[in-house]
Write a protein of this length. Structure first.
Length: 491
């Protein structure tokens, strides 16, 4: 079994469910962090409140003792007042009186010497009362308790106050007020339960809100999917509805419509290409078939050398057209360039101009360059590209074809300029389309198929270059720009 199979079983496939789960998980982490922070803060503040309550009770008890009044056991805060030279507590109240009803005193007696005026917050050890069954929520039946204490000297009070308190004249009194041990824990525990319930309800609400929000947000996407599924080859003009909200779904719908439009254009171009190719193939085939049929019908009156010459010429047209179609098919597949090497474009053009056949026409083919022009690519592709440009110029030039090669920064720029009739401005891009001829009859007479410039531009793009028609007052000028190859090391 694949290791990912268990995860696929429980992981939801729906985007809505996944989003809700992700949002709920993120919210759970955030709520846990907030809950922990609230827990700590509530505990800290509850502890501070308990200490403040004990401090207030301590000063109240001290004030009563200084006035010679024995505190009454009506406080909820546990306290005890002990004195030296006395076996029983002066006063006791709160949970201490319930936990130790028969005990003389619980808190330790202060020392007879060195008693401080005020003892800060500290802890004391209370003996364990095993017979105590606590009825109060504050269990004071033993253990270490946090207390606040204050010391009072009896010799600083008047004799009647000392007598009212029932202590010796030289006694030392110590007041203990217990910081309620369970107040902070009880408040924090109740807060934790409340936070837990609120967190669980909040997670459910957040997950539900995320689920339905994503469901509503994905409705346009579902509509786009439904409309896109209805697009077929028989009806490629179907388009999705673009929402007017201006959010990401609008951008998605616009992109899908643009993609469908490109596909429609590509399909139309493909159909047009097939129709043009069939038309181009039909013309030489018709001529070839008519020539052969006439020769077969009237063999004794047929000029067989002329018939064979016509058949050979039309066969060469078919062969050239078939090679061009195969090359275009290879270029359309965007396959990587095979047999790449460093090619000196100047040397290649010079060799081609010297070997180019110019028989039958008073045409001058000149090449002008300033030095080597290295480019990187396939030599055969470059030769085919240049031959197509020269062939096109030769079909339209009146007397001269000028080829120039220059190195411009990181580019090699080659121009092919003829002194023919030129190309109208509105057709500057149209001439690079397949099977386009501005002078159809003349191009057919000279063997053109209408694919030469289209193949040349595709070869230029294949080698990361460009091929454009630059404006000229006389003739047509094609400019080829190719990335310049780095010079070999040591040169």
């Amino acid at each position: 079994m694949n290791a990912t199979e268990p995860r696929r079983r429980w992981w939801p496939r729906s985007v809505r469910a996944r989003t809700a789960l992700a949002v709920a998980s993120t919210a759970a982490v955030i709520l846990v962090g907030i809950g922990w922070w609230v827990h700590r803060d509530v505990y800290r503040q509850s502890t501070q409140i308990a200490e403040e309550q004990a401090r207030t009770q301590l000063w109240s008890l001290c004030e009563q003792l200084n006035q010679g009044v024995i505190p009454v056991s009506i406080s909820t805060v546990p306290f005890e007042v002990v004195a030296t030279g006395r076996r029983t507590a002066v006063a006791s109240g709160g949970a201490l009186s319930h936990a130790y009803p028969d005990t003389h005193h619980v808190m330790p007696t202060p020392p007879t010497a060195g008693v401080a005026a005020l003892t800060p917050l500290t802890t004391v050890r209370i003996p364990v009362n095993r017979d105590y069954n606590p009825r109060d929520k504050f269990d004071m039946a033993g253990g270490t308790q946090r207390v606040m204490t204050a010391d009072i000297r009896a010799d600083e009070l008047s004799s009647d106050k000392v007598a009212a308190l029932g202590v010796a004249a030289d006694a030392k009194l110590r007041v203990y007020v217990v910081v309620l041990p369970h107040t902070a824990e009880a408040i924090t525990e109740r807060t934790d339960r409340l936070l837990l319930r609120a967190g669980l309800v909040g997670l459910v609400l957040i997950a539900a809100a995320a689920y339905f929000t994503v469901r509503i947000a994905l409705r346009p996407v579902e509509a786009i999917r439904f409309l896109t599924a209805s697009v077929t080859a028989n009806d490629p003009r179907e388009r999705v509805t673009v929402p007017a909200t201006g959010h990401e779904i609008t951008a998605l719908a616009t992109t899908i419509n643009a993609t469908l439009q490109r596909l429609d254009n590509a399909a139309a171009q493909q159909r047009r290409f097939v129709a043009d190719a069939a038309h181009e193939l039909r013309s030489p085939l018709t001529t070839l078939l008519a020539s052969l049929e006439v020769a077969l019908a009237y063999p004794e009156r047929t000029d067989w050398p002329a018939a064979v010459t016509t058949a050979a010429r039309q066969t060469r047209r078919l062969q050239a057209l078939a090679e061009d179609l195969l090359l275009l098919a290879r270029l359309d597949t965007r396959t990587p360039i095979a047999g790449t090497e460093a090619v000196d474009l100047t040397a290649l053009v010079s060799r081609m101009t010297e070997q180019y056949p110019l028989t039958g026409r008073p045409l001058v083919l000149a090449c002008d360059s300033t030095g080597p022009a290295p480019v990187h690519g396939n030599r055969d592709d470059y030769e085919r590209l240049l031959r197509n440009l020269i062939d096109n110029a030769a079909r339209h030039a009146a007397h001269r074809i000028q080829i120039t090669i220059r190195n411009q920064d990181a580019w090699v720029v080659l121009t092919v300029h003829d002194d023919g009739p030129g190309v109208p401005t509105e057709d500057a891009e149209r001439i690079f389309e397949r099977f386009v001829r501005l002078d159809d009859a003349r191009s057919r007479d000279h063997g053109g198929t209408g694919l030469g410039l289209a193949i040349a531009r595709d070869l230029a793009h294949r080698h990361r270059g460009t091929l454009t028609l630059t404006p000229r007052t006389l003739g047509a000028c094609f400019q080829l720009r190719l990335p310049r190859a780095p010079a070999p090391a040591g040169k």
